[in-house]
Ligand binder design. Structure first.
Ligand code: KG4
Ligand code: ZN
Length: 348
């Protein structure tokens, strides 16, 4: 007996400041194109929603064409379309959703709306010409991005139990705000990561907020304040060594609490695997600490491939492919703030 063919899906992602399109066959990526707007927003030190929408309008069709062309597939060779339906900037989301609806209307293909964070969950399973796709196994996921910091028990498609989340800033937001204070360019996460490699993580003892509390929640605003006070007391770092030490000590404080709570969540949920996904999953300090913790505690850690940590459409397409395989009906609901565990995947 031959197994059924994996679905071929084209997805569009436009929830924030990347316009992305990708084609997958099941969890295997045939093409993934990301057009970043970082240069557009950098002078403002953060994302300007109006500018983001306008740039999505300009970029979306060329990006879709490029994704199809790199996958060597035509629209009529696909099984379905997918799009990020939220959360995100509403004007930005609407660009991707309307283009996807237009494509669905003209081709007759079914259209699946995917929760952005559910897409990030699926980034850990993606395969391509550089790595094998991973099979789904129940796991705990640490979702760390610019807008979210969450620990989720993932028992299957559409079965997401929120174990904990940040009470204030997201981890990526903390990196970006601290970076701004230190005069580093936006987004500061990757810059701090690079500088931290040269610094001493134990140069300054910054707080590990909520580490002693018996829950899976996080807080990063106290750490941010500790850095502001440090700079107010001692002045901005004057030497490169002072700057890299500050970056390394800050990064260590963030990564320590993320890993501390994540390993406790794995034990609490009784899972054998921790997946780390989202933009901040690219952080080298976090990746190192999580790898050490996994070896100590005896669970497997799956780090999203670096090329799929940031926003991309391949993860959205793969999450939609999983729905098709599970027999979920197509549906799109645009939303800006629905939590992952409230996202409705109507399992058959
Ligand atoms: O997932 P993502 O691309 O977009 C959102 O859904 O938010 O995450 C973007 C965030 C930004 O805050 C950025 O500074 C952070 O991820 N980031 C990093 C690194 N690379 C990206 N933070 C720390 N270390 C990195 N290497
Ligand atoms: Zn994201």
């Amino acid at each position: 007996m031959t197994s059924p063919r994996e679905p071929r899906v084209l997805a569009i992602e436009s929830s924030c400041d990347e316009t992305a399109a990708a084609v997958v066959v099941g969890p295997r990526v045939l093409s993934s194109v990301v057009s970043s707007q970082i240069e557009v927003h950098r002078p403002f030190g953060g994302i300007v929603p109006e500018l983001a929408s306008r740039h999505h309008v300009d970029a979306v069709l060329p990006v879709v064409r490029e994704a199809l062309s790199r996958a060597s597939l035509r629209l009529d060779e696909l099984d379905a379309l997918a799009v990020t339906e939220g959360p995100g900037l509403v004007g930005a989301l609407l660009v991707g959703v309307q283009v996807a609806r237009g494509l669905a209307l003209s081709t007759g293909l079914p259209l699946y709306g995917v929760h952005h964070m559910e897409g990030h969950l699926w980034s850990a399973f993606l395969g391509d010409d550089r790595a094998e796709a991973r099979p789904f196994v129940p796991h705990v996921a640490l979702l760390v991005s610019g807008g979210h910091t969450e620990l989720v028990d993932v028992s299957g498609l559409g079965r997401y139990r929120m174990l904990g989340a940040t009470r204030d800033d997201a981890a990526g937001e903390a990196f970006d705000k601290v970076g701004k204070m230190l005069g580093l360019p936006y987004p500061a996460g990757p810059v701090i990561d690079r500088l931290a490699k040269e610094g001493r993580p134990d140069a300054h003892a910054f707080p590990r907020a909520m580490a002693d509390q018996d829950n899976f929640d996080f807080s990063f605003s106290g750490l941010k304040t500790a850095l502001v006070q440090h700079v107010q007391r001692r002045g901005p770092p004057e030497s490169r060594q002072a700057l890299v030490d500050l970056c390394a000590s800050f990064q260590a404080a963030v990564a320590d609490v993320l890993v501390l709570k994540a390993r406790r969540a794995v034990a609490h949920a009784g899972r054998g695997q921790l997946d780390i996904v989202g933009g901040v999953a690219a952080n080298s300090g976090l990746r190192e600490r999580a790898t050490v913790a996994a070896a100590e505690d005896g669970f497997e850690v799956v780090l999203a491939p670096l090329r799929y940590c940031g926003d991309n459409a391949a993860m959205i397409a793969a999450a939609a492919a999983a729905r098709i395989t599970a027999g979920v009906a197509p549906r799109v609901d645009v939303h800006t703030a629905v939590a992952l565990d409230d996202s409705r995947v109507a399992l058959p």
